[in-house]
Design a protein around this ligand. Structure first.
Ligand SMILES: [Zn+2]
Ligand SMILES: [Zn+2]
Ligand SMILES: [Zn+2]
Ligand SMILES: [Zn+2]
Length: 315
């Protein structure tokens, strides 16, 4: 039998929910345009460097009256051209836009180790999912702007979000108190097992106008590749009722926003919550298991379907 630790938690102070980035595509074919007269692609890309921030000037490309380029973000903050001090104007440079579509630009996180070069239209999608992108603070709703590498995340959490309790063990009971308070609210707890930290988040918010719902999800303080080795189960139990959800944990790199929007988590409404709550407190059984090495081979996770079981009375 697995030992069950129990802890009572009150909701944290976070009320608003930060948008998180959705997972992007990973892996791109890298083909470099070549021809007898083509300069090396790196040189071509440097023609598109913004003189202010050194990011790339990508379509739509606008120039000053004398033909100097500046990136869209810097343009918003400037009245005069940083190169010639002339007026910025609104002149579009269609020729440069055409050239831009033939150039392979390095990923924004190349200095952190990403070696990919991409056409500009693929660049943003890749960068959102790039494994070299810094991690953001996983505390949804805390309005925390922290970013850093994966191995700095736990240090940040213990230093700046001390209210988060950690429970050791694969099977724990997480009690969310005062669930009948109106949302948006969130409850957070950290679970530590298998040498990893997992963050359980219960959120009460409106997804549709006037309809408050609960969303519960487990995310690993780790990459999506590490997440694929695990499975989590959330279960509500009360008398003869049981509600179960099983899935692969999310990575904190992806965040929970898109999972909540797509209902890729345990979702229940306030009436269901009250079927399982006692005195306004809701207990959620959380179990994390590790997939065997055979199951955890790449691609095996697709065999794992998210399942939801609903049993009411009479079993
Ligand atoms: Zn710029
Ligand atoms: Zn200029
Ligand atoms: Zn990258
Ligand atoms: Zn933070």
């Amino acid at each position: 039998m697995q030992k069950k630790n129990c802890i009572k938690l009150s909701f944290d102070k976070c009320v608003s929910h930060r948008e998180s980035v959705s997972p992007g595509a990973t892996g791109f074919d890298v083909s470099v345009p070549s021809g007898p007269t083509s300069p090396p692609p790196a040189d071509l890309a440097s023609l598109f460097e913004c003189p202010v921030c050194f990011d790339y000037v990508l379509p739509p490309i606008l120039q000053c009256a004398n033909g100097h380029l500046v990136c869209a973000a810097c343009r918003l903050k400037l009245f005069r051209c940083p190169t010639c001090r002339g007026r910025m104007g609104n002149i579009r440079n269609l020729a440069m836009e055409k050239v831009a579509s033939t150039v392979m630009f390095p990923c924004k996180y190349s200095s952190s180790g990403c070696t990919l070069h991409l056409v500009h239209s693929d660049k943003r999608d890749h960068e959102e999912g790039c494994e070299f992108r810094p991690y953001s603070c996983p505390c949804t709703g805390a309005n925390c702007k922290w970013q850093g590498s994966l191995d700095q995340v736990m240090g940040h959490l213990t230093h700046s979000h001390k209210y988060i309790t950690t429970i050791q063990g694969e099977a724990i009971v997480f009690m969310a108190t005062n669930i009948n308070l109106p949302g948006p609210k969130s409850w957070v707890i950290m679970q530590s097992c298998f040498g990893h930290h997992f963050m359980l988040v219960l959120v009460k918010q409106e997804k549709y106008d006037g309809h408050q719902q609960f969303f519960a999800i487990v995310q690993i303080i780790g990459s999506w590749k590490q997440a694929e080795s695990f499975i989590y189960r959330l279960q509500l139990n009360c008398h003869r009722r049981r509600l179960t959800w099983e899935a692969t944990p999310r990575s904190i790199h992806e965040g929970t926003h898109s999972a909540i929007m797509n209902s890729e988590c345990l979702v229940f409404d306030t009436q269901v919550a009250n079927l399982f709550a006692e005195n306004g407190n809701l207990s959620i059984n959380v179990t994390i298991s590790i997939l065997s090495s055979v199951e955890a081979t790449p691609g095996a996770s697709t065999k794992f379907t998210h399942s939801i079981k609903w049993k009411a009375g009479g079993q």
